[in-house]
Design a protein around this ligand. Sequence first.
Ligand code: SF4
Ligand code: SF4
Length: 461
Amino acid sequence: MNNPPPPRIHVLAKPTGATCNLACSYCFFLDKELLYPGSSYRMTDEVLENYIRQLIEAHRTPQVTVAWQGGEPTLMGLDFYRKAIQFQNKYRKPGMTFENTMQTNGTLLNDEWCEFFKENNYLIGISIDGPRELHDAYRVNKGGEGTFDKVMQGLRLLQKHKVEYNILTTINRINADFPLEVYRFHRDEVGTDWMQFIPVVERINDQGLALYQEGTSVSERSVQPEQFGRFLTTIFDEWVHNDVGNVFVQTFEAAARNWVGMASSGMCVFNKTCGHGLAIEHNGDLYACDHFVEPDYQLGNIAEVDIIELVASDRQHKFGQDKFDTLPRQCLTCEVRFACHGECPKNRFTTTSEGDPGLNYLCAGWYKFFTHIDHPMKIMVSLMQAGRPAAGVMPILAREAAELEAAVAKVGRNHLCPCGSGLKTKKCHGRKHAETIPQPQSLPVYQAQPRARVVAVSEER
Ligand code: SF4
Ligand code: SF4
């Protein structure tokens, strides 16, 4: 072993490889089917048992997370997951507990699945991209039909069986223009109190393929940096004025941890280094990260080398350290680096204003977001440090807003705005009220296209 292994690791297991029953237009995983041409894309019982045993052995903590993802993991059928629980019980160390998680599109769920999830304390992540029009823009089946109704049906089943779940929303070029519609739909219509937002950055190479992490351009489905920043700041404002303590948004929770100065933000993308979150394919191949399931980042196969050795290898150690070591100067001198850390290396394919490579494609968005939340974050941190709930930020911000409104009413419209922006009041907080409150927008109707399957060179012949 080259480096001391971490006490715990997080492995995303892909028992069906990239195979999925849907064909979401932006899903780069689908192209990964090319990685294993001719494969059945089903994890065997032998690989499953070996994986669970090694995962347990790799842990020096009492809790182990067993995370299933895809493709679509429910395509394996329930018996596979029943066996996984049996193997967990077989190899469990004294005092050890398991947290089983699954990320699913929800379309294949039924009562039997949900009873199993409830019985075994699964945490289910459901992928929804907002209300019907926004969700169906890209999340379609192989016939190009929207999947909204099926997903909602699966979600209501989870709620009926009281299965713990959260919502994962990908932010793309279309739904990014509708932050409040997305957030309020999830909060008020779906009824969730836990959301994750993941930007779609579909990097394409010279042939126009989004196969591996190569190329410097993005697909037309990818969210734009400024658009992403607007999306996050708008949702943050809605949350910080109304929902702190009641709704949990993973990005905001991670940001708060970095503002407090905790050792880990809880999200690898906002940590200084990474490398402890890996991915395992259906055949036992272990990869450096779920976003780097490609030949250059394959660490080995767990039938030949144990997971713990692969995690502690120099290669994986370097992969994790590179997250910091390859930061361009712009990031090193950035005032919000403590929160952003250059985000994920997979998105670092643009150049800085000084011409340095390795700047994050989403930099403008992250910078806008992290600078925007600084003031409320500082209030929340001081509340928590005083042993008070972070939710106390809401009345403080409401009072500040009332004071500002009173100050604005006293100054002329052509005077500098009392908020300190440097703008004239009429261009800032003195704008007519109707201009400052977000107006409901009509949602677009979009002709969705299923993702076209990438044809391997050998198949074309
Ligand atoms: S490469 Fe990105 S997603 Fe993967 S572990 Fe590092 S920060 Fe996380
Ligand atoms: S906001 Fe931009 S410059 Fe600052 S750390 Fe993040 S990616 Fe780097």
